[in-house]
Write a protein that binds this ligand. Structure first.
Ligand SMILES: C[S@@+](CC[C@H](N)C(=O)[O-])C[C@H]1O[C@@H](n2cnc3c(N)ncnc32)[C@H](O)[C@@H]1O
Length: 276
């Protein structure tokens, strides 16, 4: 049976629905790949994505993240057999340790990504795979706020809007498939697959909803409504149920959309193989 990642992710991220939409589409795409063991989840974060993708019961051999608080949560997720508090620039593993390195929405947050890619190449078996997702080279110009400003001829406003999104999300780069190919080749890996996901309509909805739900804003009505501090009042259980039920219906067609052949989407899946 096909998994319904949209409903699963809305249940997990009910307090930030646009995050659920993006990640649900992402999971639908990454779930089509094969993950051989030993498997490293590089930048595993709190383990929530690992949990939905791989399940609990120690399905992933190793999770690594430099953020202690996130790693504590990852330990509670039950996904990882082993966890390491470490940085992708210096992976604490011997050469050729892993058959697969998976990294979901991590590399865009690392300014000097080439040394991390080199480290991945080093710790992979010959023939092993590096599977990762990043926002694509089209991400900025598919933002609803960018598209609308450009359509109105406001080039500076469009650029400022995209720059504010970069800053809020701490995105440092948006490499093209060709640039990833070069970075991977320099680390002894061959690009075997690139796939754009998050078509324009989906990214525009995601961007509009991020504004509407006040994602990343210091103060917003929604932010207050879903704040942890108000959880003891009990109404959030009902709110969560309403969010899951209504948005899993309303956003269904967006969740199921694929990028048309020859077009770009806001997300990029890359699969590379360590050269023999
Ligand atoms: C957007 S989160 C993604 C977490 C997880 N992969 C997921 O999909 O939910 C980005 C993660 O990258 C991690 N990260 C940032 N810089 C890193 C680095 N230099 N090496 C490894 N991980 C890093 C952060 O600590 C954070 O947990």
């Amino acid at each position: 049976m096909t998994r319904d990642y949209l409903t699963e992710l809305l249940a997990a991220y009910w307090f930030a629905p646009p995050v659920a939409l993006w990640r649900a589409v992402e999971l639908r795409v990454v779930a089509e790949e094969r993950y051989e063991h030993p498997l490293l989840d590089l930048g595993c974060g709190d383990g929530l994505i690992g949990q939905v993708l791989f399940g609990t019961g120690g399905q992933v051999d190793v999770g690594l993240d430099p953020w202690e608080e996130q790693l504590r949560r990852a330990a509670q997720s039950g996904v990882y057999r082993h966890l390491d508090l470490a940085d992708g620039h210096h992976l604490p593993y011997a050469d050729g340790t892993f058959a697969t390195v998976f990294s979901n929405s991590v590399l865009e947050h690392i300014p000097d990504v080439s040394s991390v890619v080199r480290e991945v190449g080093r710790v992979l078996h010959l023939g092993g795979h590096f599977i990762f997702t990043v926002p694509s080279d089209a991400f900025r110009c598919l933002l609803d706020g960018y598209v609308r400003r450009m359509a109105a001829g406001d080039v500076h406003g469009a650029e400022a809007y995209a720059a504010a999104v970069d800053a809020r999300l701490e995105h440092y780069h948006y490499h093209t498939p060709g640039e990833w190919q070069q970075l991977l080749a320099a680390a002894g890996m061959m690009l075997v697959k690139v796939r754009y996901y998050i078509p324009e309509e989906v990214e525009r909805l995601w961007d509009r909803m991020s504004v509407r739900y006040g994602i990343g804003q210091r103060r917003s009505a929604w932010g207050l409504l879903v704040s942890r501090r108000l959880r003891p009042l009990g109404y959030q259980v009902l709110l969560r149920r309403i969010v899951v039920r209504s948005l899993s219906r309303r956003w269904r067609s967006y969740y199921e959309m694929d990028v048309s052949p020859g077009e770009k989407g806001g997300g990029l899946l890359v699969v590379a193989q360590r050269e023999e």
